[in-house]
Design a protein around this ligand. Structure first.
Ligand code: SF4
Length: 286
């Protein structure tokens, strides 16, 4: 999706990694292993190329406080393991890991990450729902580039603590109008915008990702509001406009859920990068 060459502001693992394998990481490594947290993970995908720079392993943490009507990972919403039913059989989504075991698994690929300019991405669900576990996994990673993909919906102190220990944050921004945000995601966007302000005050570079949904997130009004909010934000690498995922609804039945889009899925999305260019922001349509 993006590469270190495209993103000159990305920090390199060999350089200044705030709180990772250097200073705070060493502090966290002193934690007694018997006190290591456990967390629930519903997928681990290796050699991914769309979840950050280089070759990566993406860890999908289970549980999300949002209920985006277009969510393409509905099996990530509930916090606990669940059985998914499909024509090809049943499978369990969600396995409990200790932070120590997960970090060991990820560290086994550290050489590949480093040689490809890649690393580990934590996605979900919402990874900040398991922030203590996440921090315990990150701490012993051996000079590995760490990225989180987040909705930004978390207490401010939790968000800041995790974001400061990542080399890159992928921050999803969906709907700026508060009522419409609540309608389509089930939550208030106030904490999300507050955390985005916090992110703009940190040294951690970030990419804002807008999932395009026809007539919902892709309206000129919404995109202009996003561009206006982001204008001049320190650390903003670019905005990614993500194409609408028409296959998202296929997973809902397996989760015992119903996919009910109240927008016209047949409409093309407005991937208007010029709105962002006008605000001095680099944007890509993906
Ligand atoms: S924030 Fe992401 S994982 Fe959570 S409901 Fe929305 S799209 Fe799904």
């Amino acid at each position: 999706m993006n590469s270190p060459q495209c993103d000159p502001s990305l920090k390199t693992p060999a350089g200044n990694i705030p709180g990772n394998a250097s200073s705070a990481g060493a502090e966290l490594r002193a934690t007694n292993p018997s006190e290591m947290k456990t967390g629930t993970v519903f997928d681990i995908r290796e050699f991914t190329v769309h979840d950050g720079p280089g070759l990566r392993t993406t860890v999908f943490l289970k549980g999300c406080p949002l209920r985006c009507a277009w969510c393409h990972n509905p099996e990530g919403q509930k916090t606990y393991p669940e059985i998914l039913h499909s024509a090809s059989g049943d499978r369990v989504a969600g396995r409990v890991w200790t932070a120590e075991n997960l970090a060991q698994r990820l560290n086994r690929q550290a050489d590949i990450f480093r040689s490809s300019g890649g690393g580990v991405s934590f996605s979900g669900g919402e990874p900040l729902m398991q922030a203590d576990f996440l921090l315990d996994v990150i701490a012993p990673l051996d000079l590995v580039h760490v990225l989180i993909e987040t909705s930004g919906y978390a207490p401010a102190h939790v968000f800041e603590k995790v974001a400061a220990r990542c080399q890159l944050v992928y921050f999803d921004l969906k709907v700026m109008n508060p009522e419409r945000h609540r309608h389509f995601t089930g939550v208030d966007n106030g904490p999300i915008l507050r955390n985005l302000e916090i992110l703009g005050s940190l040294d951690t570079p970030f990419v804002v990702r807008v999932p395009l949904v026809p007539g919902v997130t892709d309206t000129e009004e919404n995109l202009r509001a996003i561009a206006g909010f982001l204008r001049g934000k320190r650390g903003l690498v670019r905005v990614d406009l993500l194409s609408y995922n028409r296959a998202a609804g296929g997973k809902y039945k397996a989760c015992g859920m119903e996919f009910k889009p109240d927008w016209d899925e047949s409409q093309p999305c407005r991937a208007d990068t010029l709105i962002f260019k006008d605000a001095g922001i680099h944007a890509k349509a993906l």
